[in-house]
Design a protein around this ligand. Structure first.
Ligand SMILES: Nc1ncnc2c1ncn2[C@@H]1O[C@H](COP(=O)(O)OP(=O)(O)OP(=O)(O)O)[C@@H](O)[C@H]1O
Ligand SMILES: [Mg+2]
Length: 191
């Protein structure tokens, strides 16, 4: 694999961003940075950040942009991120994508690709049901899921156009198995 690789993985709740990002991060040897996972770890460990964000997450609302962006930029500045990174769950709205652009230019870095994972509504519903059975996330209740999907449609989806106009968007069919989708992601990134 060539040098540094800075990637964003986008897509609706339950499409498989976490599983695919883990797989790809292992292959490229770069960290998978999931904002949701970092928040959940902080909540479990009862840190100050965890206390600050738990009520937003329980309701399926976005954590305030300043809090989220500061956390992401701190993580991107860690030594293991020098080789590159895969961002999952960030940016989620226009303010966050603008903040990321500023951070990138300030640090002389750029994005290599923004991968949009796509699947049928049925597939996504099935994957969320499976996660509810297996993981028991406190925000995987019907009200919080509905709120997250509404925020995705209203605030996150417009980023598809934003990255498309920059020539960075790669659409990938996420219907298949994890290894199959990973192979499709690699092809989209490396071609
Ligand atoms: N970029 C962000 N900005 C604001 N809040 C965020 C951000 N990323 C995560 N969060 C908070 O963490 C919660 C969980 O995010 P996470 O990405 O794990 O779940 P999700 O939206 O259901 O997607 P997925 O199905 O991929 O896990 C969000 O509902 C939100 O409260
Ligand atoms: Mg996830």
């Amino acid at each position: 694999m060539k040098g540094k690789m800075n990637l964003i993985v986008m897509g609706p709740q339950g499409v498989g961003k976490g599983a695919q990002s883990d797989d790809l991060a292992g292959i490229y040897g770069i960290p998978h940075i999931s904002t949701g996972e970092i928040f959940r770890k902080n909540i479990a460990e009862k840190t100050e950040l965890g206390k600050k964000v738990s009520s937003y997450i329980e309701k399926g609302e976005l954590v305030p942009d300043e809090v989220t962006s500061a956390m992401v930029f701190d993580r991107l500045s860690q030594p293991d991120a020098r080789k590159g990174w895969i961002l999952d769950g960030y940016p989620r709205n226009a303010r966050q994508s603008e903040a990321l652009d500023e951070w990138l230019s300030k640090h002389g870095e750029r994005l290599d690709a923004v991968i949009l994972l796509e699947a049928d509504a049925d597939t996504i519903a099935r994957r969320i049901q499976k996660r509810i059975r297996e993981e028991g996330r406190s925000d995987d209740n019907p009200d919080a899921i509905a709120e997250r999907l509404a925020i995705y449609a209203r605030e996150t989806k417009p980023l598809i156009d934003y990255y498309s106009q920059k020539g960075l968007l790669r659409r990938v069919n996420a219907e298949g198995s994890v290894p199959k989708v990973t192979a499709a992601m690699r092809e989209a990134i490396e071609k």
